[in-house]
Design a protein around this ligand. Structure first.
Ligand code: C5P
Length: 411
């Protein structure tokens, strides 16, 4: 499975003869389903034209830090936040040195400094430059900071020498970039995720629903699959396709969702309830379409089952995570919800504000657990979901390890 599908990737190109290989790389990244924005240093434009890269990426190429036109399309900070991953290929010796220093003297260096996305570099240079202690020191320091180094490979170099310094072949770059999304943190785990709204029928043609788009739940399901889990997504009606590698069951009402969850919860390790389940359903939906009347219409509502609380109350319950969409007093309400529903973790977000929450592409979450909390700052929902899944996996493994130790001690 390619984890590059749907990922936002900034491809940085620096001044190296290997820059021509980036033309192939951008094409392959797009074929793997990634959205690519190309950023070139000034030196890179001497080796390959921005026009070529624009044609291949299908998007304007960014070259300068101070550029009114490019900033108007997507500002450099926005670009840094948009990226799920930044890959610099080829990365010259000079660029590696600038990265180590934390320089921001051109757009690409500034982006690498501003982003919180993972960074990968694909060095390409003459053997002497690669083997020089200065470059080797730089490489070691970058590795320490968590920068991924892909290559370089050994072979014939453009300068006529033979040795280490060749840019890694694009196929291998692609494969290794895909692997960087596969954390393996949840491999062997079964995860059930609910997502989207529910529809409570009034009559055969009308229903009560809510503004949930399902984006956050789908992103969580995708992130869990990328973390190696076997994921079942139980989804209300949304306009999204199932993430790659995720099994999906489509449902309509809260009652249908509860049935689907309970049918599949046995043997599940983690349950994440991201669905915006209706709290009320119509007491007795009309069998025929209701006719317009002269007077007002009263519809009797009854409570729906609380799916999440039901799962948390199971004797052999999975690690249980809920969401709390609040319009006020986020922290107090989220903590209360965690306790009242006996959740292991609750991820809270403010809704009803422009740009975040329901239907938005970005979100911000405050996650609470017993004795702690963490704020996951505003980010695209896919990235946020990956951070949330990482946090969930950490807590899940800690709890499991603690239980195993306890079991051993009392044996
Ligand atoms: O109580 P409230 O609806 O605010 O709780 C929200 C959390 O509970 C979400 O995780 C949601 O998916 C879950 N929930 C549920 N079944 C319901 C209502 C909410 O699973 N009937």
């Amino acid at each position: 499975m390619s984890y590059l599908s749907g990922k936002n990737i900034v491809l940085g190109i620096t001044g190296s003869i290997a820059a021509y290989k980036s033309a192939e790389l951008v094409r392959e990244l797009r074929e793997a389903g990634a959205e690519v924005r190309v950023v070139m240093t000034e030196a890179a434009t001497s080796f390959i034209t921005p026009l070529t890269m624009q044609a291949l990426s299908g998007k304007p190429v960014h070259t300068r830090l101070v550029d009114d036109e490019a900033e108007a399309v997507m500002g450099h900070i926005q670009l840094a936040r948009w990226a799920d991953l930044i890959v610099v290929a080829p990365a010259s010796a000079d660029f590696l040195a600038r990265l180590v220093q934390g320089r921001a003297n051109d757009l690409l260096a500034a982006l690498c400094l501003a982003t919180s996305a993972p960074l990968a570099v694909v060095p390409a240079m003459n053997t002497g430059m690669w083997e020089h202690p200065a470059t080797q020191d730089n490489v070691a320091r970058l590795r320490q900071r968590g920068v991924r180094l892909l290559g370089p490979a050994e072979g014939d170099l453009a300068c006529g020498e033979y040795g280490t310094g060749r840019m890694l072949e694009t196929g291998l770059v692609l494969q290794q970039l895909g692997d960087s999304f596969d954390t393996g943190q949840l491999s062997g785990c079964r995860v059930v995720v609910t997502a989207g709204p529910t529809r409570e029928p009034i009559d055969p043609v009308r229903y009560i629903s809510n503004r949930s788009s399902g984006k956050m739940g789908y992103a969580v399901a995708q992130a869990a699959a990328e973390a190696g889990a076997d994921v079942l997504l139980i989804s209300g009606p949304v306009a999204l396709t199932a993430p790659q590698g995720v099994k999906r069951i489509l449902v309509e009402s809260a009652g249908d969702m509860q049935e689907a969850v309970m049918a599949d919860i046995d043997g599940c390790d983690l349950f994440v309830a991201a669905a915006a389940v209706a709290d009320y359903t119509i007491d007795r939906p009309a069998v025929q379409k209701l006719k317009k009347r002269a007077r007002d219409l009263q519809i009797a509502l009854k409570r729906t089952p609380d799916i999440l609380a039901g799962v948390a109350a199971l004797p052999d319950r999975p690690f249980t995570v809920g969401f709390a969409a609040e319009t006020e007093d986020l922290e107090v309400n989220a903590r209360k919800k965690r306790l009242s529903k006996s959740l292991d973790l609750v991820a809270a977000n403010l809704v009803g504000q422009p740009g975040t929450g329901f239907d938005a592409d970005e979100n911000r979450l405050h996650v609470f657990w017993e004795g702690g909390s963490r704020l996951l700052p505003t980010a695209p929902k896919q990235r946020l979901a990956r951070e949330l899944v990482r946090l969930i996996a950490d807590h899940y493994h800690n709890r499991r390890n603690a239980r195993e130790t306890h079991a051993k001690d009392s044996a």
